[in-house]
Design a protein around this ligand. Sequence first.
Ligand SMILES: Nc1ncnc2c1ncn2[C@@H]1O[C@H](COP(=O)(O)OP(=O)(O)OP(=O)(O)O)[C@@H](O)[C@H]1O
Ligand SMILES: [Mg+2]
Length: 765
Amino acid sequence: MKIGGFKVGDYVVKEEGRKKHLLFDCRGCIYRASLADDKACMYHVLYALNEADADLVVLSDVYERIYDEKQTEMLREIVKLIQKFSVEAPWSYNNLADTKIMKDEGLLSTRHKVIVTIARELIAYDPIKAYLTCLSELSKERERFASGSAEYKASSTVYLKTLLYLKKNFEECELIQKARRFITELKQVPESKELYRTFFEAQIKPAFIGSRLIFREEEGLELLDEYTVKNSTVQIFAHPNQTQNLYFINPPEYSLSPEKYFVLSKAKEVVAGYTPGRASLSTVARSREYFERIYQSTIMEIAEQNNIKLTKKEIKELSEIVARYSVGYGILEILLSDRKLTDIYLDSPIGESPLYVVHSDFEQCVTNVLYTEREAQALVTKLRAMSGRPFDEAHPVLDFDLPELETRVATIGPPLAPDGVAFAFRLHKLTPWTLSQFIDVKYLNPLAAGLISFFIDNQATMLITGSRGSGKTSLMGACILEIPKNTRIIVQEDTLEIPVPYMKKIGFNIQRLKTKSPISVSKTEAEVEPDEALRTALRLGNSALVIGEVRSKEARTLYEAMRVGAAGNIVMGTIHGDSAYAVWDRVVNDLDVPTTSFKATDVVVTARPIRFYGSLRRHRRVVEITEIRKHWIEEPAREGGLLDLMQYSAKKDSLELLEDNLKESELFEKISRVSGLTMHEMWADIQMRAESKRYLVEMKKKYSLPELLEAEYTTAANDKLMLLRERQLREFGKVDYGKVLEEWKEWVNERLVKKLTKSEIKTKG
Ligand SMILES: Nc1ncnc2c1ncn2[C@@H]1O[C@H](COP(=O)(O)OP(=O)(O)OP(=O)(O)O)[C@@H](O)[C@H]1O
Ligand SMILES: [Mg+2]
């Protein structure tokens, strides 16, 4: 297409997240792909906007320059003005002078030329200059008017009016208003190019990456945290007027030198030739290194051919980037490596709003990442291939554990999600929470931790309840670590959340059963129903039984087994609810367990997010530890069946022991009967456990050793504590708990603290 001397490049309008993108293919265009730096480019864009309406302008070369909605709107105003002038033709003679009086053809033609220059020509590629020309002509004409003859004055009035009309129209445009403010501040007229650079600063990203990063300049942002993930800086800001924090990520691939972009996009092209097919996609995680090696040699070749000097390290970095955007998960991969995130959400329609995340320290945050429909489709293809499951209108839910990423992704599509696919990623913690870590974050206090540990060691049946995300599963993970290592543990889950591989690594004897996910509607899945899995688990012999989440028919089977003592020695599970009573109600009324069977539960631990003084920040807290007593018939709350042992006080932000209730406990009585321990001894034991956990937290703080609270060390410390207690029992027939603690602390200092401080010095040195 050729007009006015400029050939207008190819463009298309593409819809993305309900926004129309005017997309220019600038490869091979002789002009620079930048509105600010090349007038021809401005001309092309204005011309195209005249033909096709759009919300955003994208100039695509090796980089993509993206002009956002506000910038595009400024351009559209200019386009409308061009259209208006072309209809009104302010350059026609009757707008230049009173033609009845004025017969000077020369003057008329000069004026005609000026107005055409302003309102038809300049405006189409340099609107600011058009406006400035209008201003300067206006002031010149005013001078001529002042010194002109009466006849000249009469003819000039019309011309002045036209100039003023143009000026007024220009000044209604945002772009011109901005320019005026700028010029007033500078007190001089800069080159219009400089002005365009200020107003049309584009977001730039490599063309081979779909996702856009938005770096809004905003005032009053407060930096809350900053750290690096996979060479990318993460910054978290508090916004002055929004309740959600902002999560900004800046991966290196968004700010590379033009040469490196060139190499990357070439490498990507070459690599596209041997992108793995369906079969090999499923082994992507394992073959990742293999691909990176291929990419390294490709990049080396391209660099050599094009005389680009790259160091070994740079080649490696670039190959990682290509791998990330070809066989990997793209920018998502960086977010998935930030294990401080617990969830990542991509809502439909994709591209309309940025992804958001849930951060373990800063709760829900909006990110600066805008994903694209194209990337979402690629992700769906990848998930389909890797899971080997269908995902289409008949199967609109795909639920899948991403291999080697300890992450579960739930994907929904039409017709269930009418606006298109959406994704939710749940990032599991790689190491389990420990009771000491929970003390450290004030989820519970040492006494509660000691009590829970004591109950587990004495084979109580325990349910952990709470609202969504209150930390039930995490607490259960921590409880598993309190089970003596010589006990066999069976964990049954529909979502693989408990870090079983890690627990195995540190010496637990643990077997995992995976059951069918209740939210999956796929009909082809070969997964086992929870109820069936539980029956199998019960046949596997005497073990501790851990049920990830009790939510359906399996509850009946579980309680039946517990009631007749067939469920093994320790039973634990999480269940949705917000108090011991709610758990009873759920188990009996929703899950059909006979009310008296509920007595097989010994303890219910309730967790809840607390908002102190109505603050927006929620803090997770264990709020109740309740014993289920056995002498009631129909309804435990009315008949004194629910006995709170500990209760949370918001005023003190701590769980308080209800000593009066303790006297009425049947559970302690039962444990006493079985173990032969007196009440006094049981309390000494609980306090010993509490103190040991508190001590680890104290040492962690004193020497800044967060690792000390990781399961690897806390379970070692726990084992030692139990061994020392056992030894006293053997030697003296009874336990001096104070003495045990003393010896244990010495051991902790010598064996754990010293070792960790040494390795700490080594890594820092
Ligand atoms: N005390 C805590 N302090 C801070 N973060 C926590 C705490 N407990 C749990 N978390 C984090 O909160 C997230 C949700 O925890 P978890 O999955 O244990 O909750 P849940 O109650 O089992 O949720 P759901 O209802 O979805 O099953 C996890 O990422 C976990 O690491
Ligand atoms: Mg859970």
